[in-house]
Design a binder for this molecule. Structure first.
Ligand code: GRF
Length: 187
């Protein structure tokens, strides 16, 4: 199997990145992580890039030509697939056009509910019964593209923001690899 050369975009702790790196070591897993891009020089997840010796780049999105910089490097590393994993910036239209249906994201809610930030506090305030995560294609609108896979759990009375995050992320570590396998199943 020829693995897809993949770039992971991160801004923060990078636990999904770590999980995908470990999964991608398996010969049968469809992607190989060839590049990591971050907009945050301090992102904790950079630690995993170093540990697992994967090329990583800090691209400052405050710079005027940052999009060209991203595109240039995606080309340089022959990237054909992109996973957003806690990347806190909006992906530009030109990148979405160039990588049509080749960019996916994981979001900590059952979309279309709770797009955007602060999902856990909003769910609790809303007295939601269910929580979970969604892996979806990235399109022009925030947290909007077609869903690939969702995983859910029932919220209980004792849950708070911390436990919701823990429970959600536990499911994310299953959902993201499963969604990637699903995408490339017939390729
Ligand atoms: C995840 O919960 C993901 O759903 C959201 O950002 C978080 C990133 O966590 N988009 P991590 O950086 O992978 O630990």
């Amino acid at each position: 199997m020829v693995k897809k050369k993949t770039c992971i975009f991160i801004s923060g702790s990078g636990t999904n990145l770590k999980n995908l790196i470990l999964r991608s070591r398996d010969n049968t897993f469809p992607i190989n992580i060839s590049l990591i891009i971050t907009d945050n020089r301090e992102a904790y997840g950079i630690k995993y890039a170093k540990k697992y010796k994967i090329p990583f780049l800090f691209i400052n999105t405050k710079q005027r030509n940052f999009e060209n910089d991203i595109l240039f490097n995606l080309k340089k590393y022959e990237i054909s697939f992109i996973c957003l994993a806690g990347y806190m910036k909006i992906i530009s239209n030109s990148l979405i056009q160039k990588y049509k249906n080749k960019i996916i994201n994981i979001h900590p809610s059952l979309l279309p509910k709770f797009k955007g930030l602060n999902t856990y506090s909003r769910m609790l305030r809303n007295k939601e019964v269910k929580a979970g995560c969604t892996v979806h294609y990235v399109d022009k609108k925030l947290d909007n593209g077609n869903s690939i896979l969702k995983k859910m759990f029932f919220i209980n009375e004792k849950d708070n923001e911390k436990t919701l995050k823990q429970r959600t992320q536990k499911l994310e570590y299953q959902a993201y690899p499963e969604a990637i396998i699903k995408i490339f199943k017939n390729n």
